[in-house]
Design a protein around this ligand. Structure first.
Ligand code: C2O
Ligand code: CU
Length: 427
């Protein structure tokens, strides 16, 4: 890489972790304050503990997480634990529950039974508050997995202010490309890897409407929404819609690693143009590329598709009207579908609209049986899944968590327009 290019790259900022205020093992206790950000830049008008992204919460599988949220905003707020199987009362939704009022404190508390890369964000006036800067990551490590030399979090955001109306339009048509923020600072960035090291990169897409299609040479995806994959994925690009996560293992050998995103948009998938540089990983020294760590992949095969459908969600709407529907309905005027606790069902998502929709279900994970009829090679467990334009996804869902769970498109303007429903899981 030439000197000029190096000079243009800003070093990647690392997101500060939240200190664990509880000395006892097995409990992680943190304090988060949601407050206005007086010097708001790039459209960020709020922050948790004054930082964007908010502090990274780090815990081990099996720990009890205790988060004391203070609302110093001038509006109600909540925290939703995206992808985590929390008890319903801890889910941070305002459907049948009260938000945390300005000046109030609320304690979220739950056991972390799953390892993986999760994130947290408000679920009240969600589009405004998340776009405003209220988001952070929750990293749950698994004592059964090897530990990389570094655990590097990349939180991707595409704020509307940075995107701009003009860019937004162009992005949709695939000609010009917006600037992603990584850990709050505009890409591209550089980062130096010690030669011979292993880095676990955790990518989280918190943007309201931006799609990433990540690639780099030698790509190794090791985990997705719900932790370790059943087998390593080497296929690129790895598409991350809003709300999605993926972990990669970087092996620092004798070649720099260029992480890029292909131009990709919710209006039509892969768009024209060159890949957009995100992070340039330089090597400090040269050595042979190390062997991957011994990840305990299960190798599990996907479940068979029983062929019937228990629950059908049909997505309709159009950019022209800005109206989006699930089964012809808009939240809160919705039909609540109910499942008995423990039900093992097939859910079909049928997208008959001209836009992708990343579907997210609270309080549960689901297995992907097929997308457009194509079965995954290995068992694939997610909590957020992109349903392509005019595409169909079939899922297996075990309704193992009682409550009234939100199910919605994670494109925040779509959710705001009512592209959201409730799935009731009985006691
Ligand atoms: Cu990440 Cu209902 O949301
Ligand atoms: Cu949508």
């Amino acid at each position: 890489m030439n000197a000029l290019l190096v000079a243009l790259l800003a070093p990647l900022p690392r997101v500060a972790d939240a200190p664990d205020l509880e000395p006892a093992p097995g409990i992680v206790r943190v304090e988060l304050t949601a407050a206005p950000r007086p010097d708001g830049t790039a459209g960020f008008v709020y922050a948790y503990n004054g930082q964007i992204p908010g502090p990274t919460l780090r815990a081990q599988r099996g720990d009890l997480l205790v988060v004391e949220l203070t609302n110093a905003l001038d509006a109600p707020t909540t925290i939703h634990w995206h992808g985590v199987h929390v008890p319903w009362a801890m889910d941070g939704v305002t459907w049948m529950a009260e938000p945390v009022q300005p000046g109030e404190t609320f304690t979220y508390q739950f056991a972390l039974e799953q390892a993986g890369t999760y994130w947290y964000h408000p679920h009240f006036d969600t589009e405004r508050q998340v776009d405003g800067g209220l988001y952070g990551a929750l990293v749950v490590t698994d004592p059964a997995e090897p530990v990389a030399d570094d655990d590097l979090l990349l939180v991707f955001d595409l704020p509307e202010e940075v995107m701009g109306e003009g860019d937004r339009h162009a992005h949709g048509h695939g000609h010009l490309f917006p600037t992603w923020l990584i850990n709050g600072a505009p890409a591209p960035h550089d980062w130096t890897l010690p030669a011979g090291s292993h880095t676990r990169v955790r990518a989280v897409n918190v943007s309201g409407a931006g799609y990433l299609a990540l690639r780099y040479s030698g790509l190794r995806q090791i985990a997705s929404d719900q932790g370790l994959l059943a087998a390593e994925n080497r296929r690129s690009p790895v598409v991350l819609g809003p709300g999605d996560r993926a972990d990669f293992e970087l092996l620092a050998g004798d070649e720099p690693i260029e992480l890029r995103t292909l131009p990709y948009s919710l209006n039509g998938g892969r768009a024209h143009g060159d890949a957009i540089p995100l992070v340039s990983f330089a090597l400090d020294g040269a050595t042979d590329r190390p062997e991957p760590l011994a990840w305990p992949y299960s190798g599990a095969a996907p479940s068979p598709d029983p062929g019937h459908t228990d629950l059908l969600y049909v997505f309709t709407g159009s950019d022209r009207t800005g109206q989006w529907f699930i089964n012809g309905e808009q939240f809160p005027d919705i039909t609540i579908e109910s499942l008995p606790l423990g039900a093992d069902v097939v859910v079909e998502l049928r997208n008959v609209s001209p836009t992708h929709h990343p579907w997210h279900l609270h309080g549960h994970a689901f297995e992907v049986l097929s997308i457009n009829g194509e079965r995954p090679e290995h068992q694939r467990i997610e909590d957020t899944l992109d349903v392509p334009i005019h595409g169909t996804a079939r899922l297996r869902l075990v309704a193992d968590n009682p409550g009234d769970w939100m199910a919605h498109c994670h494109i925040l303007p779509h959710a705001e327009e009512g592209m959201m429903t409730v799935l009731r899981v009985g006691e």
